[in-house]
Design a protein around this ligand. Structure first.
Ligand code: GAP
Length: 651
């Protein structure tokens, strides 16, 4: 379907009826750009039905819910659509439930937890490590084993430091950082959003201190005050924000605005309690209307603070930690590479880095692979391995960690074919995630704007997923041109050109790079799989059930086998079925506790099938097999369990 453009006629089940309106999206480059004077409200997961006034295309699709579809009814007027704050809180709640489940069931633990953990480091438990391995196996199978033109590599994590000079990481792998001189906290300068509040006079005491340059209005002055502030922002005039938030996307900003924990988010700084929020976008600014329980209405404008504004005005900008002004330093560059030393002497000559990406290990081995294999350009080299980045603000669970795994391919091709290969990989990588279960329209491909591209890249697209904390990158696919080989040729003095026997042409290949993160993929698959529904308990009473609906290839356990009771020969029979299954696929045996509880545990682990040996098994040799998703049970012969599971899971 072509990207929708134009004004939507929306059908909004919750507000009832239809109306003219627009959908605001988290990012300006999202599919719904258009803004109308009276944005309509549609924020729940449900269906978006719309007819575009401008384009012929109409839309009828499930709403992703959340950040791509947040807007308010008739902003500016009192009486806001209810439930938007609640919706965002729901997404946050959902994330918290996912994190709790992952800990409870042994998917992911905080790193070195018994010592209080270590920020940005995570450990994968028994189920997590199986899930992770399944993701990596699926990637390796689909990108390497089943292709003639891609081979694998496993390079050392620590490389000659010159490689990182050549790649540009020593001089250029920097994030501009700002310090709060009082609290000693440090944050990424490009992750700062400002909030400018326009509030009624009688809220002044509630909001401050520091109220600084907020605009207050008396009776009847609200529209004028709002207009003044909006105009100042639109014209790019600097006006110090009332407060700041650290966030890497607008989705995260929205999330933080409604954070429920005490003392976090502007809502709980005593400004507005139990608020409802309406949103609209004006250019680069999000306009937010707050209303507290007493009916006081106030406006806030949220906008990203450009790094250059921090350079010139850091003294005037409130700290995102305390709200104080005059405590922030100017942005300073901070290299993200972890340093270490090799050998016995800890001096500059023995300094080395933990690799921040696996890609460079591939580039330095490009000639080795060519010389030792029968490959010809075009071909790719794939690698899965650990990467380390000293992220200043690790956040959003495992999403931004300091130690993580990458799955990268460097695909070498003739420059004239680079556009074609870029398009091929861009689509293939998107389809890979869809094929493994990220089917919902929480997944999208976003092409970089020209000014977003790295200086060496000709094209780049991000595969993004709408996590409960906002839409963010899972994988990037880039046309890196001949930049990397050229750099390594220059720094190493080795010839990196390729000679084509057939065309008699010598050239430096271009590189197409699909670069994904294992941990981010795992987090997306986990979020997508997480579901809650109802299942009957032993007495037939419906109970809330948590289930992970993993794609069969990814499910850590494929089949669990239980004896109904621990007697009458049932455990022996069940164990025999289990032993048979586990020789071929990941199986689990459990004989403890009520059968209903054993099912629940496997639902939470994402196990597609549970097999139960019961009294009838001993009579006619049949067992029940229960489907995780439908919860339906059928009887099959005990001897055909393995065949049944394999056939139904297409394994
Ligand atoms: N060689 C190109 C490269 O490394 P990148 O966008 O910096 O590009 C590629 O990283 C992928 O690695 C990202 O799409 C993401 O999935 C993963 N990644 C990067 N930084 C990460 C972090 N701090 N925590 C977890 N995953 C990360």
């Amino acid at each position: 379907m072509a990207e929708p453009r134009g004004i939507l006629q929306l059908e909004c089940p919750r507000l009832g009826g239809k109306g003219d309106g627009s959908i605001l999206c988290e990012a300006p480059e999202g599919p719904f750009r258009q803004n109308t004077p009276v944005p309509f409200s549609l924020r729940e997961s449900g269906r978006v039905r719309g007819v575009f006034a401008e384009g012929a295309e109409s839309v009828d699709r499930p709403s992703r819910g959340g950040y791509d579809a947040l807007c308010g009814r008739n902003p500016g007027a009192p009486g806001l659509a209810s439930g938007e704050g609640a919706f965002m809180a729901n997404e946050q709640d959902r994330m918290e439930r996912i994190v709790a489940l992952a800990k409870r069931r042994g998917f992911i633990f905080p790193g070195s937890e018994i010592y209080g953990g270590l920020n940005g480091f995570w450990d994968y438990g028994p189920l997590g490590v199986e899930l992770k391995r399944n993701i990596k196996d699926a990637w390796w199978h689909d990108c390497v084993t089943t292709r003639d033109d891609v081979v694998g590599l496993d390079a050392a994590i620590i490389m000659n430091p010159k490689a990182w000079e050549a790649s540009g990481h020593v001089s250029g792998f920097n994030d501009p950082m700002v310090d709060d001189k009082e609290t000693k906290n440090r944050f990424r300068a490009d992750h700062l959003y400002g909030i400018w509040v326009v509030a009624p006079q009688h809220e002044k005491e509630k909001i401050g201190p520091p109220v600084g340059d907020s605009i207050y209005f008396g009776p009847g002055e609200r529209d004028i005050a709002v207009g003044v502030m909006r105009q100042a922002l639109e014209e790019g005039r600097f006006s110090p924000p009332t407060a700041t938030i650290i966030a890497s996307s607008e989705g995260e900003v929205l999330n933080q605005l409604v954070r429920q924990e005490k003392g976090k988010g502007i809502v709980n700084r005593g400004w507005f309690v139990n608020l409802e929020i309406a949103l609209r976008r004006t250019g680069k600014t999000l306009d937010i209307t707050f209303e507290d329980k007493k009916g006081n209405v106030a406006w806030a404008f949220v906008r990203h603070i450009p790094v250059k504004v921090l350079v010139t005005n850091s003294e005037m900008i409130p700290s995102p930690y305390t709200g104080k002004r005059g405590v922030l330093t100017e942005p300073r560059n901070f290299n993200l590479m972890f340093q270490t030393y090799y050998g016995a002497v800890f001096d500059e000559a023995h300094k080395a880095y933990l690799r921040p990406e696996t890609a460079q290990g591939i580039f330095v081995n490009y000639k080795n692979v060519l010389d030792t294999s029968r490959l010809k350009v075009p071909f790719g080299i794939a690698q899965i391995g650990k990467a380390f980045r000293n992220e200043i603000n690790p956040r959003n669970y495992t999403f931004r960690s300091r130690e993580f795994e990458q799955m990268e391919i460097e695909f070498f091709c003739h420059p004239s074919e680079a556009d074609k290969w870029y398009a091929t990989w861009r689509q293939a990588r998107f389809d890979w995630y869809v094929g493994l279960g990220l089917k919902s329209d929480r997944l999208r491909l976003r092409d970089h704007e020209k000014d977003e591209l790295a200086h060496y890249a000709k094209a780049c697209a991000d595969i993004e997923y709408a996590f409960p904390f906002g839409t963010s990158e899972l994988e990037g696919v880039a046309n890196r041109t001949d930049f990397d080989l050229k750099q390594h040729q220059q720094f190493s003095g080795r010839d990196m050109t390729y000679y084509d026997d057939e065309t008699k042409e010598r050239f430096l290949p271009y590189v197409i790079e699909p670069s994904g993160g294992v941990d981010r993929a795992l987090l997306a698959f986990l979020c997508e799989a997480y579901d809650e529904d109802e299942a009957p308990d032993e007495n037939g009473k419906p109970q809330r059930r948590t289930v992970l609906r993993f794609h069969p290839r990814l499910a850590p356990i494929k089949v669990a086998v239980f004896p109904l009771v621990k007697k009458d020969g049932m455990p022996e029979k069940a164990r025999a079925i289990y032993e048979e299954c586990r020789r071929h696929l990941a199986a689990f045996y459990d004989e403890k506790g009520a059968i209903g509880r054993r099912y629940r545990r496997q639902d939470e682990a994402g196990t597609p099938f549970c097999v139960t040996v019961d009294g009838q098994t001993l009579e006619d040799g049949t067992v029940t097999i229960r489907d995780r998703d439908t919860m339906k049970q059928e009887r099959i012969g005990a001897e055909s369990v393995l065949h049944y599971v394999r056939e139904h899971l297409h394994l």
